[in-house]
Design a protein around this ligand. Structure first.
Ligand SMILES: NC(=O)c1ccc[n+]([C@@H]2O[C@H](COP(=O)([O-])OP(=O)(O)OC[C@H]3O[C@@H](n4cnc5c(N)ncnc54)[C@H](OP(=O)(O)O)[C@@H]3O)[C@@H](O)[C@H]2O)c1
Length: 257
């Protein structure tokens, strides 16, 4: 039996990874900040699928949280075969409406934690000659979209480069680039979603199924939906100046604090 560690496992895309991987018979290490919610989730997954689900409470915006997860990833007695770096969030507002401290917190969770956890996991995986890392980015990586888009662009570039460096070692790395997914993300970020058309919303379970297929195929970047593949093709052909105008509006209405 293999073990998968998922950060941000309690909600949205992370919870969909947990359901799918538990259904496939993998043991899980579930990471988030809310211990009670993690415990309830672990019990449910254990009871439904007969797998072992460990709870690891960690705040990935802190060094202590990152170190605790890194320590679990380098545990030789109970190795982790698949890491899903999924924890993430949106800040409540546009550039200069958000404090620099909040922007730095985003970089810590989206970039520093992803770098340190990928490195901890991939080092151990390389020693064993097998393993996988999925780093959840976003299609925002390909668009001018403030610190959020920039942090996700870093995830894509880093993951693709690291995947190339580890080619032939048995360790696969893949950046996952979803479009809009119905999760807790937008509400937590205080974002209105009224201007996002229905056809742009993706289902988290289908997204995860497509992502795992792409990982099995050895892709280093996954845009797991034909609609968004076509859109990102268009993005490549559109002048950046025009792109900025359109993308800074879509899904970026913010309510009162
Ligand atoms: N939803 C979308 O439209 C969308 C699109 C593209 C990419 N994404 C990306 O997908 C990933 C998951 O987002 P989601 O939509 O599933 O969001 P979500 O429903 O809000 O879930 C976020 C998860 O991350 C955990 N988390 C947040 N901050 C954390 C921290 N500092 N330390 C540890 N865990 C933390 C949360 O649990 P706790 O609060 O208990 O810690 C929760 O389990 C993110 O990286 C996001 O950027 C989302």
């Amino acid at each position: 039996m293999t073990t998968a560690l998922i950060t941000g496992a309690t909600a949205g895309i992370g919870a969909a990874f947990a359901r799918r991987l538990a259904g496939d018979g993998h043991n899980l290490v579930l990471v988030a900040r809310d211990t009670e919610r993690l415990r309830v989730q672990a019990t449910e997954l254990h009871d439904r699928h007969g797998i072992e689900a460990e709870v690891l409470t960690a705040d990935l915006s802190t060094d202590a949280g990152i170190e605790a997860v890194a320590a679990r990833l380098t545990d030789r007695v109970s190795p982790v075969d698949l890491l899903v770096n999924n924890a993430g969030f949106g800040n409540k507002g546009r550039y200069l409406d958000v404090s620099v401290a909040d922007e730095l917190t985003m970089l810590k969770v989206h970039c520093e934690a992803v770098l340190r956890l990928t490195s901890a996991a991939a080092g151990s995986m390389r020693e064993r000659g097998r393993g996988g890392v999925v780093n959840v980015a976003s299609v925002a990586a390909f668009l001018p979209r403030g610190t959020y888009g920039a942090s996700k662009a870093w995830v894509v570039q880093f993951t693709q480069g690291a995947a190339k460096d580890l080619a032939g070692t048995g360790v696969r790395l893949m950046a996952l680039c979803p479009g809009f997914v119905r999760t807790e993300f937008h509400e937590r970020a205080g974002m209105g979603t009224g201007n996002i058309p229905d056809w742009m919303w993706l289902d988290a379970d289908k997204l995860v199924a497509a992502a795992l297929e792409d990982l099995a195929r050895g892709r280093s970047v996954s845009i797991p939906d034909p609609r968004y593949k076509a859109l990102m093709g268009l993005v490549k052909l559109t002048p950046r100046s025009l792109l900025g105008g359109v993308t800074s509006r879509a899904g970026r209405t913010y309510g009162p604090e």
